[in-house]
Structures are given as structure tokens and as C-alpha cells.
Design a protein around this ligand. Structure first.
Ligand code: NZQ
Ligand code: ZN
Length: 390
């Protein structure tokens, strides 16, 4: 196991009917609030009214930033920064999924910076400056953004979707009420679950020796997602299914399963290019790529880890590692398909391979997959994985 620091200070308020705690949580940082949200789901399900009426009662001044896109755009970050400066905002309240929270994080950092928001994104994970305090009310179990310091922002003019982050961007408080996810559509429930699984896979399939704690936690979380996603799809208001997905979302990407490891994430680097060029849903792209990536990297050296995955997560008893591995990869594919995820690129509108080489070039350039991944991936590997996904 490698050395690491684990310092995740987000105050998690998990469970139903916790919003009476919101004024106290926000009030610790100020009375002038930027309320950030997406395309309107929180207006349809009543959460917007609930939040704003509580804030009004408690005399907060609230400024709305609506319309954050799935795959949030750098232009929206700029709109948020302008509003914060103009309205002397003291604290940001993000109500939504990963896109809303990520956009809020970039606004929070951009507020203090003289650089353009895109120049800040280009600093990637190295942001060391201050940020406005962020409080989140999560409405979709997926990214883990509610309990980590990262954000992913898109620039559709340059076809770039890049991760950025720094310690000051970690949410101060996150309200995790599973009931707020009852209205998440089936396809987003499935995509979010695929994203959670992918975060676990990306950390798990790694060559760092001696990480039993991280891997055991990851296997437990994977099993929870595999059990509860189908229940949530069948019965969207099943509280415990939604609760398990929500908590798995936070724990999959708050450092718990990735700390002490030394690898690079492969499928995320490849997926971010799909979204950057074709604006597809992150979790769907991951579900399509993951089984193809697994098959591509299966070899004598990696088979034992896949065999462990087969045994611990899927209950496969086959003892020949490569056979067990292939069975587990098929199970993973079948699981995503059974959740209703379209499992080929043409089904999400990517019908020709003309951009694959350019995308592969960027995937390699924007990450360390060619040097530090479970199995190093070069441009030709990435193209092959995209091709296998057609
Ligand atoms: O925009 P609204 O109207 O709110 O609708 C959203 C959106 O259309 C809808 N939705 C969310 N909660 C809902 C709901 N609809 C009904 N009821 C609810 N309760 O779901 C759609 C998707 O929302 P979005 O926020 O885009 O989804 P997600 O949470 O999956 O976030 C995806 C973004 O996060 C990035 C992804 O790349 C992508 O840009 N990621 C962020 C990470 C991080 N910060 O740590 C890590 C991830 O790997 C990921 O890259
Ligand atoms: Zn992800």
C-alpha cells in the first residue's frame, strides 16, 4: 500500500426530512446564497419550492443560477462567477446531480481568481487557491461529487472535458436524502449506478500490492450497487434501494477505495472524450466502454485480479483465472444491459469512427493511462476499445 492522506471533512447529513437543518448549515457561511440547479427537475418535484421557502423564512437573500447542463459548460461557470461577484454571494447552494455540484465548485474557485474559468480548469487537480463555501443537496446517486474535491467541466468549442479540483472545493455540508432521488428517470438511475461501479472498478483494477482494505470495501460497494440498482429501477420509491445507491455514490469516490493506490483511471479518460465530442451521458459511456476495456486488458498478469472480482462480486466458482475473468466480464456486460443501458456507441448516436484517432490522442494526452494504468493504454489501444464498442 502506498502512503496517503485522507482528509475528507464534508459534513454528511444523511436521511429524510433534514432540510430544517439547512438554514443553520448555510448560515454558518453567510446570508447571501447562489442557488445553483439544472434544467428544472427540482422545480417539477417540488424540491425547489421547499428549499426556497425555508430560506426565505430564515431571511436569506437567494440568487438563482439555473440551467446547468449535464456535462456542465464553462460558459455557465462564468455566468455563476459573474452573479456571485455582482450579488456579493457568500455561499453556494448546489441542488442537483454531479453536473450542478461540479459547476458550483468551478464557480466557487473562479470567484477568487483573475484567470478565466477555462484557464483554471487547465490547472487540472492542482488548484491551491481559495473557494467560496459550497453546500450540496444531492438529487442523483452517481458521481460522488457531493463528498470529493473534484469537478469536471466541458468546453464544447475545443471538444474538451477535463477534471479539475483542489481542497478548497470540497463541499462543506452535503444533504443526502434518498427521497430526493425517487424522481430520477430509469436511464439516469442506471447511468448513475454504472458511474458508481466504474469509480469502484477504476480504483480496484490496479497493480498496487497489499490493498486488502480498499479492495474489500470496493467489493462490498459493488455488490450493494448490483443488488440495489435493479430494485430502484423496478420500484423508484424504494427508500432503502435509493439510500444504498446514494451512500455508495459518496463512498465510491471520496478517497476510501482509491487512497493508497498508485494507478490511473482508464475508462474515465476514454469516456470523457466521448462526452467532449458527442455530449453523451457520462455513465452510459462508461457502461459501454468498461466490458470492452476489461477484455482488452485481460492477460496473464491481470487475470488473477479479474478472477478475484469474479469470485467475490459475482460468486463465480470457476478456478481457472482466465475463464473466471471472462465469465465476470460477461456478467458485467449483462448487468448493464439488464438495467436498460444501450450497450453500443451507435445506439447513443456515435455511428462512425472518423474521430476515434483524434479522441484517442486526447485521451492519452489528458491523462496518464499510457504510463500508470492497470495495463498501459496507448492511442492504438484506445482506438481498438472504441472500435470494439461499435
Ligand atoms: O438538470 P436537471 O433538470 O436537474 O435534470 C438532471 C439531468 O438531466 C436529471 N436529474 C438529476 N436529479 C434528478 C433528475 N431528474 C429527476 N429527478 C431528480 N431527482 O438527471 C440528469 C443528469 O444529471 P447530472 O447532474 O448531469 O448527472 P450526474 O450526477 O451523473 O453528473 C454527471 C457529470 O458529473 C461528472 C460527469 O463527467 C458529468 O459531467 N463527473 C463528476 C465527478 C466528480 N465531480 O467527482 C466524477 C465523475 O466521474 C464524473 O466525471
Ligand atoms: Zn464517473
Amino acid at each position: 500500500m502506498e502512503n496517503f492522506r485522507f482528509h475528507v471533512t464534508t459534513d454528511i447529513r444523511f436521511g429524510k426530512n433534514r432540510l430544517d437543518e439547512l438554514p443553520e448549515a448555510l448560515g454558518a457561511f453567510g446570508k447571501r446564497v447562489l442557488l445553483v440547479y439544472g434544467g428544472g427537475s427540482i422545480k417539477k418535484n417540488g424540491l425547489y419550492d421547499e428549499v426556497t421557502s425555508r430560506l426565505k423564512e430564515a431571511s436569506f437573500e437567494v440568487f438563482d443560477l439555473s440551467g446547468v447542463e449535464p456535462n456542465p459548460r464553462v460558459e455557465t461557470v462564468q455566468r455563476g462567477i459573474d452573479s456571485c461577484r455582482e450579488n456579493k454571494v457568500e455561499v453556494i447552494l448546489a441542488v442537483g446531480g454531479g453536473s450542478t455540484i461540479d459547476c458550483s465548485k468551478a464557480i466557487a474557485a473562479g470567484f477568487y481568481s483573475e484567470k478565466t474559468p477555462w484557464d483554471l480548469v487547465l490547472e487540472r487537480k492542482g488548484y491551491k487557491g481559495p473557494a467560496l463555501p459550497i453546500i450540496t443537496i444531492l438529487t442523483l446517486a452517481a458521481t460522488g461529487s457531493e463528498m470529493n474535491a473534484g469537478a469536471v467541466i466541458s468546453n464544447m468549442h475545443t471538444n474538451q472535458k477535463l477534471g479539475m479540483g483542489g481542497p478548497s472545493m470540497l463541499p462543506k455540508v452535503s444533504f443526502l436524502d434518498p427521497e430526493n432521488t425517487f424522481t430520477v428517470p430509469k436511464i439516469q438511475t442506471a447511468a448513475g449506478s454504472a458511474d458508481i461501479l466504474s469509480h469502484l472498478f477504476e480504483n480496484y483494477f490496479d497493480l498496487t500490492p497489499g490493498t486488502d482494505v480498499q479492495d474489500g470495501i470496493a467489493e462490498g460497494l459493488m455488490k450493494s450497487v448490483i443488488k440495489n440498482c435493479p430494485i430502484a429501477l423496478q420500484t423508484p420509491d424504494d427508500y432503502d434501494a435509493r439510500a444504498n445507491l446514494m451512500w455508495a455514490s459518496s463512498l465510491a469516490l471520496n478517497g476510501l477505495t482509491g487512497s493508497g493506490k498508485n494507478g490511473a483511471w482508464s475508462c474515465h479518460a476514454m469516456e470523457h472524450e466521448l462526452s467532449a465530442f458527442y455530449d453523451i451521458t457520462h455513465g452510459i459511456g462508461l457502461a459501454i466502454l468498461t466490458p470492452r476495456w476489461m477484455l482488452h486488458v485481460l492477460n496473464e498478469e491481470t487475470a488473477p485480479k479479474f478472477a478475484r472480482f469474479a469470485n467475490e462480486v459475482w460468486g463465480i466458482t470457476e478456478t481457472v483465472p482466465e475463464l473466471a475473468a471472462r465469465m465476470a466480464i460477461q456478467k458485467t456486460y449483462d448487468f448493464f444491459q439488464s438495467c436498460g443501458i444501450p450497450m453500443t456507441l451507435p445506439e447513443v448516436g456515435i455511428t462512425d469512427d472518423s474521430k476515434f484517432e483524434e479522441m484517442a490522442k486526447q485521451a492519452v494526452a489528458h491523462s496518464v493511462i499510457s504510463t500508470k494504468a492497470f495495463v498501459p493504454l496507448h492511442e492504438e489501444d484506445v482506438v481498438a476499445i472504441y472500435q470494439a464498442s461499435m
